[in-house]
Design a protein around this ligand. Sequence first.
Ligand code: ACM
Length: 636
Amino acid sequence: MNRLLRIAFALLIVLTTFAGKINAADYSLTPVPMKLTEKDGSFTFQKGFKVSGSGLSDEMSAEIQKFVDAVNLATPLSASVADNDASAAVKVTMTDSKSLGTEGYSLTITPEAVTIEAPTAAGLYYAFQTLKKLMPANVMAGVKDENVKDYSVACLEITDRPRFSHRGFELDCARHYHSMEEIKRMLDIMAVYKMNRFHWHLTDDQGWRVEIEKYPRLLEVSSIAPNAYWYDFENKYEYMLNRPYGEGLYYTKAQMREIVAYAKERHIEVFPEIEMPGHMVAAIAAYPEFSCFPEGDHTIWYRPGVSQDVLNVANPAVIEFCKDVLTEMAEVFPYEFIHIGGDETPSTNWTKNPECIALMKANGWTEPYKLQSWFTKQMADHLATLGKRAVCWNEVVTKQGADVDLAKDANIVIYDWLGSGTSVADQLGLQAVWCHTSYYYLDYGCSNDPGEPRFMGGAVPLPNVYNANPFGGTPDTDNHLGVQGNLWTEYVAEDAHVEYMALPRLIAIAETGWTPASKKNLDDFRRRITADTTLWNYNNYTYGRHYLVNDQQSPSKVMPAEGEYYRLVTRATNHERAGRCIELVRKGSPLISSKHAAEGRIWTNTQVANTDANADWQLWKFELDPDGSGLYAMVC
Ligand code: ACM
């Protein structure tokens, strides 16, 4: 066997499992915990291990059961729950430590045992998410993998709690419908990265996708546009459908409840967005009497933009309609927030509509936007009677003419997408969530590469997302609730495309939402998300490869220079590389035709890596060996 590995001519490399300490590079913990201390050694989960709780609430005991179920789903370990068992491998106790907040936990892993303390079920859930993330990736993925034989985790001490209480993801399911399965897949990803708010955008000019029993025409008429933009993500071309789009593409109340329950298991609160009084063209198509000009053209839109055709807020039937819709939403969504939009509402039609003109005159309003403030306040008050709270886009406090006192009275939460909402919210003492277009809009491009699918706005590459300072870098306060990534879908038709736009940029937002700013590091984040492709591959997620390690220099090939000596360095864990054969695919290799591999890529013969798309090539890199004497691999 050669001591030096001359990669240009190497054939197959076998990597062996090493015993002993598991190094930092062997696990990938994202978001980075508030405090983490590495210790020597590792803890191995043995077959039949027990998880024991003492003094726990029912909700906390349920978290233990969920962890045990997750382990048993993905491994042959046959874990079980035990009560008050001092000999259990994993011991959970309730703590009333105020320092952990409502979502924090502490986790200690020694060679003998795993000990968790948490004050709440949410904290305990996040402790188990951390533990699962430290284990081989198939556990978090929920996938059995017979190649994984060893379930060990590094010895660590972690004390953790999030920086922000709101760590959100918004998905537009109005412009293009996205399947129940896709929403659940995105909730799964959110849960892996400890995000806790799903903002479900359900209505817009291009489609109404939510069942409202009192207004059946919203599904019969408003869900179906005459046409739609389409982007075929796999084949990479765009076109207009040139046929109606949307029939049957909506969510029933039962389906929405299913999503709420699925998210709840993952400690994610779901809140709906029903846009009003603008972005209402689809509803107006079914109920033209709600428009300022009922006799006009109310064709449902199928292109992006902002319509002048807004609700006639001076019509009492419109107020009743909006309240009815919110009442039905409040029955389905159990949490405090209901998003009522409020962005991009032109007031031109109000200035021409006799009822709106009369209402302005009666109140002495000179600014037409006062009509929107008046409308929004009524909706917020209505929601308050239902035990809910209105949350809105930042225009409700920043638009010329907005009545900020009404917004303050209504205690509206401001979703700052323009960057101007935070300072006004601060002045008013209102809470805010930061989702600035220039940083956290996931419908903006992943890069400026000519090959990118069409996108809104400009490009917001991963480093811009990762390095953004929420709330413009102003100090964290209790009113700065947190962060959110927004994914609008004017140009995102297919489910795989949703994942491509979100992954990994949404994870950068998740880390910003959780990890103390001082502990963030882009290079280390790139290392960790590169390693996490193993996790994503188990469930065939689609993701952008921009900014995975090595991707910048060489997006499709890792062929080293001929005549140089290299060492092969892996980001994979010992478990992941155990028993693998790794091959550098050469020109003319039969793998190219038989396995869809590509010249210059690393190909592995087991597990998730047997297709080109799934190849774990990015988990490996060649480093020029400074001494010319690398001893990091064996040729087989
Ligand atoms: C928005 O992007 N119009 C909130």
